[in-house]
Ligand binder design. Structure first.
Ligand SMILES: Cc1ncc(COP(=O)(O)OP(=O)(O)O)c(N)n1
Ligand SMILES: Cc1ncsc1CCOP(=O)(O)O
Ligand SMILES: [Mg+2]
Length: 217
């Protein structure tokens, strides 16, 4: 499978996203439901460094067993400790070209981009894909800013062509996912609609079912 195809249903989660639940069990269910990529995003959580590494190892083992790419959010050090598939960084994080140098040519580098300029710069700096968002309003990231909507994906796709992998993120629910891929995204990245669902397995299945074969413009 090309990495671009792994972006179809990209589950993002840390322990803070599933209060009262075991993140390991949530990930197992999401995998059973058909997620195609996973990002370990431990953010403002109660875990200390050692606990973060331990949880990361457990989640990564499950991903390995199911051939799911395991991406670490923000932290290049953690990605290297865990020998992760890749890292995802935002505009406020370390510069993408420096991160590319640190992680080498073989790991996946994801970069957040809201605008065409940020998208162009991200790929020039060595990104393998960009995360565009927030698509819709979200309570999972208090500093996410105003939604840019699927129109931002459409604009970047139309200007840059089909070669560049794009995933939409932010406030995406199963019923809204077709709009995001219809605008030209290769897939959707999701926290709460899967991690907080009564059945993460059922939620993941619903995403895939509703996205069906809807493709880029
Ligand atoms: C797939 C994907 N896209 C965007 C983001 C957001 O990254 P960032 O802007 O650095 O914000 P934080 O996630 O670090 O709060 C992402 N994590 N994943
Ligand atoms: C990490 C991130 N980056 C932009 S919006 C967002 C939060 C996505 O979470 P949810 O899918 O629960 O809206
Ligand atoms: Mg970040």
């Amino acid at each position: 499978m090309r990495f671009k195809d792994s972006l179809r249903l990209y589950f993002v989660m840390g322990s803070q996203d599933c209060p009262g639940e075991n993140p390991v069990e949530v990930l197992k269910q999401a995998i059973q439901g058909g997620i195609t990529c996973f990002q370990f995003r431990e953010k403002n959580s109660r875990l200390n460094g050692r606990e973060t590494v331990e949880l990361g190892k457990e989640l990564q083992k499950i991903c390995r067993e199911h051939n799911i790419p395991f991406i670490v959010n923000d932290r290049v050090d953690l990605a290297l400790i865990l020998d992760a598939t890749g890292v995802h960084i935002g505009q406020e994080d370390l510069p993408a070209d420096e991160v590319r140098r640190l992680i080498g040519p073989d790991r996946i580098l994801g970069v957040s981009a809201e605008t065409l300029e940020e998208a162009r710069r991200a790929f020039a700096d060595g990104a393998d894909y960009i995360g565009v968002g927030p698509m819709f309003s979200t309570s999972s990231k208090p500093d996410a800013g105003e939604p840019v909507g699927p129109a931002a994906v459409r604009h970047i796709r139309q200007q840059m062509g089909h070669r560049y992998p794009i995933v939409g993120i932010g406030g995406i629910t199963p019923d809204r996912a077709p709009e995001v891929v219809g605008a030209g995204a290769d897939g959707v990245a999701v926290i709460s609609a899967i991690s907080k669902a009564s059945s993460p397995l059922g939620a993941a299945k619903q995403f895939l079912q509703l996205m069906g074969n809807s493709t880029k413009l």
